[in-house]
Design a protein around this ligand. Sequence first.
Ligand code: SF4
Length: 66
Amino acid sequence: MSSNATCNACAFYENHVANTQKVSENAGLCRFNPPVTQPEANARGLWPVVSATDWCGHFADERKAA
Ligand code: SF4
């Protein structure tokens, strides 16, 4: 796995955004899949929060995704 293929370089990463008002440093949302975990019918789903240096097999280079 290339060390450049991390979440902060992925087309699906939304940096410095979280599901709450609290924003973590070096973290953001992964928007590859729809929100998950909807514990109650009226609750909204949550986007997975990932570290900027995390990675997964769905990585897509944001420079090539446009
Ligand atoms: S978890 Fe995978 S798809 Fe989501 S932002 Fe990171 S590399 Fe991209």
